[in-house]
Design a protein around this ligand. Structure first.
Ligand code: SF4
Length: 293
């Protein structure tokens, strides 16, 4: 999922990191400058990253409904599938790093009991199992390759360099007007890449906003530059798993766009301003019932 193929590595080194070196990033758009404009938030309110970055609703009324009116969206199958796949990927990688991998069926049954009963949908379970096996196999291959290249490496060293991922990494976005409980799908700490996983096939340019925001947050907390973002698209063709990556340089344009979105969404919440209903809504909107009746 988050492992780089040889083609991905070429894109990272020859395109993304080259652009980062040649073009660079404006100093005032680096996260460590969170305490001065344009990064310093104008409002005291805090909102989650998904509120800043989601552009499914054309007017951002979803943010108003959720954060001002306190309405929770109605879960639908795409949301259940997305949640199950995210949980599956992070569980496999974390378990692999911990050296203790549960059986998929036991884990899924337990997750079902403790989290979300509606995950009982059989199709979701089958897809989660496919993803589980795929991620586990990839972890094993990377680890075995690493050990074969460096036979004197300790287990810890081989794991840390073959599966160099912080998954569901918890970090605070408070310095930037965000929630203190952010969770990043994956951060590759060896190559400095922020990953965001999408259970979707259709490319959307605004999906790049989330890794951009997380990179700025990581810069604000750890004070290290982060220049690379990657969206992992994952979808199913029948029962076959498909995946592709959109790797990009987190440049000034993306950083400025993310700031515009943050400021606009924060102003909706701070001023309790209803942005209104657009002529055309997102088909699978989870607020449709509460919003349009
Ligand atoms: S129903 Fe339409 S206006 Fe309301 S939140 Fe959804 S997309 Fe936005």
């Amino acid at each position: 999922m988050y492992f780089l193929s040889s083609l991905d590595q070429k894109k990272l080194f020859d395109k993304v990191l080259r652009a980062a070196r040649e073009v660079g990033v404006s100093e005032d758009l680096r996260g460590w400058n969170w305490n001065r404009p344009p990064l310093r938030p104008v409002y005291e309110e805090k909102i989650p990253m998904y509120s800043v970055c989601s552009k499914y609703c054309p007017t951002s009324r979803d943010v108003f409904l959720n954060k001002v009116k306190g309405i929770t969206g109605k879960t639908n199958e795409p949301v259940i599938l997305g949640t199950a796949i995210h949980k599956t990927v992070s569980t496999v990688i974390s378990s692999f790093l911990d050296g203790s991998i549960p059986s998929f069926d036991d884990w899924y049954a337990e997750t079902l009991r403790s989290k979300n009963v509606s995950c009982a949908i059989d199709a979701v379970k089958e897809k989660a199992k496919t993803v589980w096996n795929y991620v586990l196999k990839n972890c094993e291959i990377q680890y075995t390759n690493r050990l074969s290249e460096q036979p004197y490496a300790s287990r810890r060293d081989a794991l840390a360099t073959s599966v160099p991922f912080l998954v569901e990494h918890k970090v605070s976005g408070e310095l930037l007007g965000l929630s203190g409980l952010l969770s990043i799908d994956c951060y590759d700490y060896l190559r400095g890449i922020v990953f965001d996983l999408k259970v979707a096939h259709e490319y959307k340019d605004w999906y790049r906003l989330a890794p951009t925001g997380y990179a700025i947050v990581l810069e604000s907390v750890y004070e290290v530059p982060i220049d690379a973002g990657c969206i992992v698209y994952l979808w199913f063709q029948g029962n076959e798993l498909r995946a592709s990556k959109d790797m990009f340089f987190i440049n000034d344009d993306l950083r400025s766009w993310w700031l515009e979105e943050r400021d606009q969404k924060l102003s909706i919440v701070a001023q309790k301003m209803d942005p209104g209903i657009p002529p055309k809504c997102y088909e699978d909107c989870i607020y449709r019932e509460a919003c349009r009746g």
